[in-house]
Design a protein around this ligand. Structure first.
Ligand code: MN3
Length: 199
């Protein structure tokens, strides 16, 4: 069984005007699809064929198979990213996750400011995450395809800060992209489910 290229959990225009259908069409239909296609052709006929996507990520990393690792991790990161956004998103965290954010960051507003600063500070391509680990919840930035799974952290939500995520809509204004996502479409329900399941 090849690794599946998943459908978006919403319509192409569902995140407008914050993420345009044009961006989603390219980002999901070209970039994400491309990672999955390259991965499937790279693992065909190898010992990776038939493994879960997570197992491929760990095995390729352990074996220093950079090409397979990059495409596998990007496939996983993107699927997680689509769920981190929602047309019904935005607002503030709720429930036990809201309490954890208040304990760690002081308030949801202060969390937003720290998350934005981390996403802006990521040099070049990468991802900004809210994760939990043995020491509690924290903001984490990863470069290129790198993923918190390798650190034993549980991802709660993520933001893609590769230029392909925002250039069509915001050009070089990464700060405006971050603001639009955090204020309007970040999926706190998804983060809360991940928090309750894994932290
Ligand atoms: Mn991307």
């Amino acid at each position: 069984m090849p690794i599946e290229f998943p459908s978006l959990p919403y319509a192409l225009n569902a995140l407008e005007p914050f993420v345009s259908s044009k961006t989603l069409k390219h980002h999901h239909g070209k970039h994400h699809r491309g990672y999955v296609q390259k991965l499937n052709s790279a693992i065909s006929g190898t010992s990776y064929e038939g493994m879960s996507l997570e197992d491929i990520i760990f095995a390729a990393h352990a074996n220093s198979e950079t090409g397979i690792f990059n495409n596998a991790a990007q496939a996983w990161n993107h699927t997680f990213f689509w769920s981190s956004l929602s047309p019904d998103g935005g607002g503030e965290p709720r429930g036990p996750l809201a309490d954890a954010i208040e304990d760690r960051f002081g308030s949801a507003e202060k969390f937003g400011a720290e998350f934005k600063a981390a996403a802006l500070a990521q040099f070049g391509s990468g991802w900004t995450w809210l994760v939990c680990s043995d020491t509690g919840i924290e903001i984490l930035s990863t470069s290129n395809a790198d993923t918190p799974l390798l650190r034993g952290s549980t991802p709660l939500l993520t933001l893609d800060v590769w230029e392909h995520a925002y250039y069509l809509d915001f050009q070089n204004r990464r700060d405006a992209y971050i603001d639009a996502i955090l204020s309007n479409i970040i999926n706190w329900d998804f983060a809360a489910e991940n928090f309750q399941a894994g932290c």
